[in-house]
Design a protein around this ligand. Structure first.
Ligand SMILES: *[C@@H]1O[C@H](CO)[C@@H](O)[C@H](O)[C@H]1NC(C)=O
Length: 216
């Protein structure tokens, strides 16, 4: 009988990084001690079908999404519904048996053009389907005006510590969801604003793996 417990979030543990070596020396061989991403999907009005690409690295620890339509607008002439968009990412994970401490590292790149009075905000909420109540949300806001009036690229980087216990000797599957939302607000009726998310890269950086049984 399998029983799985995931613990989230935010244990700020300053433990040293354990070096992970491939099982047979072949650089591209997925390490069975690593948390692996077996597939990735997305859903939401910011990422309609046909506008998203996703690529999983050969070692299955990194997934990169590209978005063509994750774009929001505010100001005279824009549809009021265009000021917020969301795109939820769903990562199917394969956990090794034992105790894992890993950091989810997520990096987002986009573009913002914000006149004075417009604020652009990017929210990311991370949760595992196994424990949907335990969520971690990060939020970055950009105030319009200054350099943002001409338009600039920006980067948002998140580090979410996670810990999990997998009692099944052959490991277990899990799902990490990342709900990303970009939104514009304005205190200036005549100002325009735009914020986009053009890509997302999500990586599992294993800090520690303690296995206590082998998979037979
Ligand atoms: C409102 O936006 C317009 C257009 O960018 C700008 O010229 C004006 O200074 C802004 N007003 C305020 C109060 O921020």
């Amino acid at each position: 009988m399998k029983s799985i417990a995931f613990i989230l979030p935010a244990l700020a543990v300053a433990s040293p990084v354990a070096q992970i070596v491939g099982p047979d020396g072949w650089a591209n061989a997925p390490d069975p001690k690593q948390i692996q991403i077996s597939s990735a999907k997305s859903s939401g009005n910011g990422c309609p079908q046909g506008t998203v690409s996703s690529t999983i690295s050969p070692d299955k620890t990194v997934v990169t999404f590209g978005f063509d339509r994750f774009q929001t607008y505010i100001g005279p002439g824009y549809d009021p519904t265009a000021k917020t968009k969301n795109c939820q990412l769903h990562l199917d994970l394969k956990y090794p048996s034992g105790f894992q401490f890993a950091v989810v590292e997520a990096t987002y790149h986009g573009y913002a053009l914000l006149e004075k009075g417009v604020t652009g905000t990017f929210f990311s909420t991370y949760y595992f389907s196994q424990d949907a109540q335990a969520t971690t949300t990060t939020q970055t806001s950009i105030q319009g005006g200054g350099i943002w009036e001409q338009g600039q690229v920006y980067t948002k980087a998140d580090r979410i510590p996670t810990a999990s216990y997998i009692w099944s000797p052959c490991g277990a599957n899990g799902i990490l969801n990342v709900n990303n939302r970009i939104a514009l607000t304005s205190s200036n009726r005549t100002a325009i604003g735009e914020i986009t998310d053009d890509d997302a890269t999500i990586a599992f950086t294993q800090q520690l793996n303690i296995g206590w049984r082998n998979c037979k």
